[in-house]
Design a protein around this ligand. Structure first.
Ligand SMILES: [Zn+2]
Ligand SMILES: [Zn+2]
Length: 397
């Protein structure tokens, strides 16, 4: 068995010929560039590309396969340069009725073993989605219904960024996933934590004790790939092997989650739209203490405190560790050019974040930045929590 790195949530900005897929994502984020970035700069072995049900992207994949640079394998997935396994995925927004009888919406990550499977899925979903060419579009069905369609095409469904305020199950629809999925809840064997949550927060909800946690980047640009990722133990890279790891079967498993300190996430604390700031203080914050308005965006932390059913966070004994990391893009004073310089010297971001010594980093980018990277690695930094769509801020010393 080998240790591999997986990031299962990467978006596509444009198709090769410039057609928009996810408007808010970078133009350079296309299928071929993601494969290259993972192989050459990030050191990611398995990447889930989550906009592959768009017919424009399907066309790109078909062309990419024709070049011979990549090929499909029997156990599912597309292999690039013998280094990276691309998992074909689709993020679908489902329509739910929440606890108060109001409409809620949640994002679902759906993954498929083959191009033929996701093509068939795409075709069926175009009956429920107005514009299937675009990313993360709203479908007029619930997740309870979606599970069956995903299963029909040999896929799996994982709730995406499960606690975020606007588009997630716990944030927007329910206090229990079991109310959404009912008797199908045992098919949901993993959830994605999202940038503003971590294992310790999620383990305050008892129905999650038997579910695997995954940590992904939700990248909207190439540099953001692998800002969160999973270290997995596998025999080889394929859809089938990944599935076993997610289900904790045959010795395959997730051995560690690497992610942001949730305070750095965009939705960690409740945010007041009137006062234009995140609100610190004893959670849960459900009303602004300054203007007493209720124009707030609920924080992930505040939401979890509201819905938790455990007195303290106690993880099951097989829960892998959650390792905090500060991606290079969060390091103050570190711009794109300097990041390139570091990557040229040390190969991948993972090596820089977790392995290279302070002296070696200093030799390339100077003392100040080297100190910050090491302080971040050792957790010796201060973080002002993010909220309402604004990332947390990191300071040293
Ligand atoms: Zn999403
Ligand atoms: Zn306020």
């Amino acid at each position: 068995m080998k240790e591999m790195f997986a990031d299962l949530h990467v978006h596509i900005g444009r198709s090769e010929n410039g057609k928009p897929i996810k408007i808010t994502a970078a133009r350079s984020l296309n299928f071929a560039n993601i494969a290259k970035e993972c192989a050459d700069r990030k050191g990611i072995n398995i990447v889930g590309i989550i906009d592959c049900a768009s017919p424009y992207v399907i066309e790109d994949i078909e062309n990419f396969l024709k070049t011979g640079e990549a090929y499909e394998i029997k156990d599912g997935g597309i292999i690039y340069k013998d280094k990276v396994c691309i998992i074909l995925g689709s993020e679908i927004e489902t329509s739910e009725v929440n606890d108060q009888g109001k409409t809620g919406s949640a994002h679902n990550l759906c993954y498929f073993p083959t191009l033929a499977d996701i093509k068939a899925f795409s075709k069926e979903m175009s009956n429920y989605i107005h514009n299937i060419t675009l990313s993360s579009q709203r479908a007029c069905i619930s997740a309870y219904q979606l599970v069956d369609i995903v299963e029909k095409y040999n896929g799996i469904l994982i709730p995406a960024h499960t606690f975020t305020p606007h588009k997630s199950f716990y944030g927007n629809c329910t206090d229990r996933l079991s109310k959404i999925f009912k008797e199908k809840f045992d098919k949901i064997f993993a959830i994605e934590l999202g940038l503003s949550a971590d294992t310790y927060l999620a383990d305050e909800i008892s129905e999650l004790e038997t579910r695997t946690f995954i940590t992904d980047s939700d990248a909207h640009s190439l540099p953001k790939i692998a800002r969160e990722y999973n270290k997995v133990l596998l025999e080889d890279i394929s859809f089938k092997e990944l599935l076993m790891a997610l289900k904790n079967e045959n010795g395959r498993k997730i051995v560690a989650n690497y992610g942001l300190d949730p305070k750095l996430g965009k939705y960690h604390r409740t945010y007041c739209e009137n006062c234009d700031k995140p609100i610190e203080g004893e959670p849960p914050i459900t009303e602004c203490p300054y203007c007493h308005g209720n124009k707030i965006t609920m924080g992930v932390f505040d939401r979890i405190v509201t819905i938790r059913d455990k007195q303290e966070s106690k993880s099951p004994c097989n829960r892998p560790p959650y390792v905090y990391q500060v991606p290079l893009t969060f390091v103050p004073g570190l711009g794109g050019k300097t990041i390139d310089k570091l990557l040229n010297h040390f190969d991948t971001e993972m090596t820089i974040l977790h392995k290279v010594s302070q002296d070696d980093i200093e030799a390339v980018v100077g003392e100040k930045i080297a100190k910050t990277i090491i302080a971040a690695r050792e957790g010796k930094v201060n973080i002002q929590a993010g909220g309402g769509g604004v990332y947390g801020k990191l300071t040293v010393g």
